[in-house]
Structures are given as C-alpha cells and as structure tokens.
Design a binder for this molecule. Structure first.
Ligand SMILES: Cc1cc2nc3c(=O)[nH]c(=O)nc-3n(C[C@H](O)[C@H](O)[C@H](O)COP(=O)(O)OP(=O)(O)OC[C@H]3O[C@@H](n4cnc5c(N)ncnc54)[C@H](O)[C@@H]3O)c2cc1C
Length: 592
C-alpha cells in the first residue's frame, strides 16, 4: 500500500471523561502487510494497551473474525475482543452448512442465494481442509406421504433454479434418483412411501473450527486477538477516535484501548453493544432459536445429508451424517434445525423438551427405526441474529421468513455495526463492514480476502490414512504440529473422550496454539465432543483437567472451578431437555 493511499489525520486533543486522549498522530506509512502476531492471549493483552489501533472489532464469532482478517490483511492495525470464547455465541451452533439455502430461493431471495453460492466457492478454494462437499437428497414421497407429486414438480424447478443461481459452481448439477437408489442412501425410510428423490450438492464445515482458523489467519496478518475480554464502554470523542474499555473476565483487570474505528460484530448482542455507544437500546435484533440433536448413526444410516419434511409445518430439517469411520459408515447423525421466535435469556438458549419432541417427531415420520429421547446423545441450541425489517415485521410473521441478508449501520459517533447474514457469507459481510470503516477513516483500500488462504490450507497436507484425514480435516497443514506432539509423547495419541475421534494431543494444541482456556472451550468448540456425546464428556472431564491444568497453570481451586463450570453446563443442558419451552422461560424470568 502506498503512503498516499492514507489520508493524514490530525485531530485536536480532547477530553474523554476524566482522561485526556493524546491527539492521534498522522497515519504512519503502512507496510503492505503487518508483522504477524502470535496467537497468544498474554501477548495480546500487552499489545492491547500499548498500541494505537486503526480498528477494534467487538465479538469473536465468524463475523468479527472475518472483519479482523479483512482489515488486517489490508494493512490496518486491528484488535479483536471476544468476551467469552471464540465462536461461543451463534457461530458454534449452526447447522454447519456452507450453502446457498434452497429455502431462501423458494422465498424469492435470489440475490442472497447467488451471493452465498459465490462465497461457498471462495471458501472451498481458500479453506479446502475445512470446507467439504456434501451431497444432499430430497426424497419425494408418494401420495399418502407428506410431499405431493405437485410439490415434487415444483421442487424440480427449484433445483434447476438453484443450479443456475450458482449451484453449478461446485462442479456438479442436481439429478433425479430412482426410488431404489434413494432408498440406498437412507435405508431406514419406509420403502413403500418413496417415489424418487432429488440429489444435489452443497458443502459443510465445522463452524467453530472455521472461526478459529479465520482468527489465526488474522493474527498471521498482524491482528491482535484476545478472548475473555468483554467490551464494557465505548467513548467517542470524534467519529475517528474512540476509547474502548474492556474487562479481562479471567483476572477482572480493566483494559483501555485507543482506536480510530470500532466495528461491532456481536451478533444477537449487537444492540447491547450499540447501547454502549448510543446510550439507548435500539432494539433491532429479533433472535430466532434453532436446535440440533445428535443420535447414533445406526438409528438413521444415511450416507449423505437428507432433507426431510416436518409434518403439518412448512419447514424441513437436515439429517446429516457426522464423523466418518474407516469403513465408510458414520458414528453419528445430527438433525436440525428448528426456527422459532425466542423470548428467553439471550445468554442461555437451551434445547427444551418441546424442541426435542418436534425434531424427533419429524425424524420418526421419515424413518422406521423409532428414534427416542434416550437415543439423543448431544444437543445444541443457537440464536440467529436476524435483523427486524420494520415495525410490522418485527411484531408479526415467522422468523423463518425473515431475510438472512446482512446490514451495515454507522452510528452518529462513527461506530460501525454489522449484523444478520450467515456463516457462509461472513467474508462478504466483513468486506462491506471494513469498507464502511475505511470510508469513515478516509482510507482507500480494497479487500484482499477473496483469494486469501486460511491457516492450514497451504503447506504439506497428509491425507493417506484415516487418522491423517481426521487431523487434516481439522487443522490442515498444522496437523504436523499435532503429530509432532504425539511422537514426543505417545500417550497424547490416545482418545480425549473414549469412543470419540479426538486425541489428547488436540487438547494440548488447543491450549498452546488456539487460546483455549477452559474445559468447555476444548470439549465444546476446539473439539465437538459435547455436541456428540455429553455423557461421555462428563466422565472424561477429570482426565482432561489433569492434562491441560498444568499447561494453564491452574491452582487446585482453579481446576475445581473449571470442572464444576463444565459439569454445571452439562447438567443445565440435561435439565432444559426435561422441561417445556415455557417452563424454561419462566424459570429465567429475571435473567436477561
Ligand atoms: C440454528 C442455526 C443454524 C444455522 N445454520 C447455518 C448454516 O448452516 N449455514 C450458514 O451459513 N449459517 C447458518 N446460521 C447462521 C450463522 O450461524 C450466523 O449468522 C453466524 O454464526 C453469526 O455469527 P456472528 O459472529 O454474527 O455472531 P456470534 O457467533 O454470536 O458472535 C458474536 C460474538 O460477540 C461476542 N460479544 C457479545 N458482546 C460482547 C462484548 N460486549 N464484548 C466482546 N464480545 C462480545 C459474543 O460472545 C459472541 O461470541 C445458523 C444459525 C443458527 C442459529
């Protein structure tokens, strides 16, 4: 980037509360790339107070991660603050699909689907280790079934539209399958009901791993990244000069960070963060809850993803095989998602008995194996940060019908907020938000992320054995570091949770390379153990604490607190599954 690309910015000295901010220097000449930063929390905390940033990003979900990467790769000095763990909000609780969304096409949102399918292609190119092609089947049932032939014809047209809108970018077009072929993909279906099926292709990615990979790539491009730092105040002496105060939620220390711009990427909490800046709560977000259940694969035996209808509802659910085994079968299948208006505590969405009954009823209407409550080994529940369209749509209509498009908004004080959107479209959302911030700063730059490989994508990737493929699909070329840990200490090659595919070395890597600071970080997001089998995780918790406690320098009290926190999270998840949605909301009446 040339020096003349940067506008000279010389504000006067101003008072902010009791403190005085020194006048910002003119923008110094930037290198085309900033020196890379270690992905290490204590170094990040030091940087936060010692650096004058061009941008502070609030929120470490996929949107914030994308913004940090986009801005850092343009050469801006960026800090990202996440109050909990990376992806601990919605970004670890999605359906894990990198897709256009056939449903949005049926709702007439062609632009959204076109953009998402274009982003799907970019993500497959930039993160081939994390984003994998996933075939989908939509069964067509006979007259007595749930979907009529008329609907089947309409579906055929929708499939062509999907291909034309960008589905073709994956290199394969949709096909019609005869009943026998369709049955082979889901042999637990009632064969007599099956008329035929459509087969099409989308992609999948482990959402929480994608977030960590984007964040590590941002750090490689010079961004300072810290989790467990909650933004508590934003003061704005001018539209291009801000002081952000954050609380280190581990030590309780206060951090004071100066920056030329702020991007609020805090998902369903976006209004709360806007309130720090605007002094009133704008009430623009309408959270919509979605849950998923995990059951043993043997109960479903689908070898590809299947879209099943929900009887007496206009929705359908995805039934996705998960954790491939060496023999080509799978260990689990997950089913989701619901899409309901959410009235409960935003910090604690849970999967209730109502949710489980809804999903199981839909599944059991499509398979003959009678999947029961007792078969459910894991659940997750997340909130879509949907943007209210206007006053009318805020009060009426189903959340499923609200647009998944994103919005970028700049406050009078110059704080940029980016909300809405999808996991799939995070890069484009980030580009738009950073463009907006750059316009405010009068900086002429262009996004560089369209062809920017994510961490682990380049370099040597081993994929010859099943174990190689497991590590490659999670770390890409960084799996060599995990393997090195195992060669130094073979006990790290043992399972982290008996029966699950993750290795003890992955927990060590999570602490040393991915800023995991708790048992929950490792069980729930760095690995997906809790989503697969909660009970097995509970049993494996003390052993995990013994493994990572010394790395995190835990005292005996900290070890006990960490174990108690995770077990409490699991117990609350268990308890929520026993009560109705209303009982759950009533029990949280006084919590936000
Ligand atoms: C059930 C469900 C299924 C979905 N499935 C798909 C799918 O298959 N494909 C797809 O493309 N999209 C999907 N989505 C949408 C997608 O998951 C979301 O759009 C996306 O994850 C939102 O990311 P985000 O970063 O905006 O929000 P979040 O991930 O919630 O991140 C916001 C972060 O901000 C942090 N934060 C809040 N306040 C502060 C503060 N004061 N200081 C610091 N940090 C703060 C939070 O802790 C949180 O981590 C799904 C969504 C749901 C709910």
């Amino acid at each position: 980037m040339d020096r003349q690309d940067w506008a000279v910015y010389v504000p006067a000295t101003r008072a902010v509360g009791p403190q005085v901010i020194r006048a910002c220097e003119p923008f110094p000449p930037r290198l085309s790339t900033m020196p890379s930063q270690p992905f290490d929390r204590s170094t990040a905390l030091q940087n936060l107070e010692n650096t004058e940033f061009d941008m502070v990003v609030v929120g470490g979900g996929i949107t914030g991660a994308g913004v940090a990467l986009d801005a850092a790769s343009r050469g801006l000095r960026v800090a990202l603050l996440e109050r909990d763990d990376f992806a601990s909000g919605t970004s670890s609780k999605s359906s894990k699909l990198i897709h256009g969304g056939l449903r949005y096409l049926q709702q007439g949102d062609v632009r959204l689907v076109y953009q998402a399918l274009r982003e799907r292609k970019r993500l497959r190119r930039n993160a081939p280790h994390l984003v994998h092609v996933l075939p989908f089947m939509i069964p067509i049932l006979t007259k007595d079934g749930v979907v009529s032939r008329k609907i089947a014809r309409a579906l055929g047209s929708a499939m062509w539209m999907y291909d034309l809108t960008g589905g073709w970018r994956i290199g394969r077009l949709h096909r019609r399958l005869k009943a026998d072929k369709a049955f082979a993909h889901l042999p637990t279906m009632p064969r007599q009901k099956l008329a035929s099926a459509y087969l099409y292709y989308d992609a999948e990615a482990d959402d929480a791993r994608l977030v960590v990979s984007v964040l590590r790539t941002a750090a490689d491009n010079g961004a300072t990244i810290a989790n467990r730092c909650e933004v508590v105040t934003i003061d704005s002496p001018s539209r291009t000069s801000h002081v952000v105060t954050a609380r280190d939620t581990i030590t309780g220390a206060t951090l004071r960070i100066t920056t030329r711009s702020v991007v609020n990427a805090s998902g369903v909490w976006a209004d709360d963060v806007r309130a720090l800046d605007e002094n009133s709560h704008p009430d623009t977000i309408r959270p919509a809850k979605g849950v998923h259940l995990t059951v043993p694969w043997e109960k479903v035996r689908n070898d590809i993803a299947v879209v099943i209808p929900v009887p007496r509802d206009r929705r359908s659910l995805f039934v996705v095989p998960w954790i491939a085994k060496e023999d080509g079968t799978y260990q689990y299948t997950y089913i989701g998602t619901t899409d309901t208006d959410y009235k409960g505590p935003v910090n604690d969405p849970q999967c209730t008995r109502d949710d489980i009954e809804y999903v199981l009823a839909a599944l059991n209407a499509s398979v003959t194996t009678d999947v029961t409550f007792e078969d459910v080994s894991g659940v997750w529940s997340g909130l879509r940060p949907l943007v209210k369209m206007d006053d009318t749509s805020a009060k009426a209509g189903r959340t499923a019908d609200l647009s998944r498009r994103h919005r970028v908004f700049t406050s009078d004080n110059g704080v940029v907020t980016v909300t809405g959107g999808k996991l799939t479209t995070y890069r484009e959302m980030a580009e738009d938000a950073v463009n907006e911030a750059c316009e405010l700063l009068n900086v002429k730059t262009k996004s560089r992320t369209r062809r920017l490989s994510l961490r682990g994508a380049s370099g040597k990737r081993a994929r010859s054995t099943h174990a190689d493929r497991h590590l490659d699909g999670r770390f890409g070329s960084d799996s060599s570091i995990v393997k090195q840990l195992i060669s130094q200490n073979p006990t790290l090659g043992e399972p982290l949770v008996p029966g699950l595919p993750y290795l003890r070395a992955e927990a060590v890597f999570a602490v040393t390379h991915e800023m995991a600071t708790s048992i929950d970080d490792i069980m729930t997001r760095r690995t997906r153990s809790r989503l697969l089998d909660r009970k097995a995780c509970v049993a494996a918790t003390p052993a995990l604490a013994d493994l990572v406690g010394p790395l995190l320098s835990w005292t005996p009290e900290q070890r006990a607190t960490n174990i108690a926190f995770f077990l409490d999270e699991c117990a609350r998840e268990d308890a929520a599954a026993q009560v109705t949605e209303q009982e759950f909301i009533d029990s949280h009446k006084d919590t936000k």
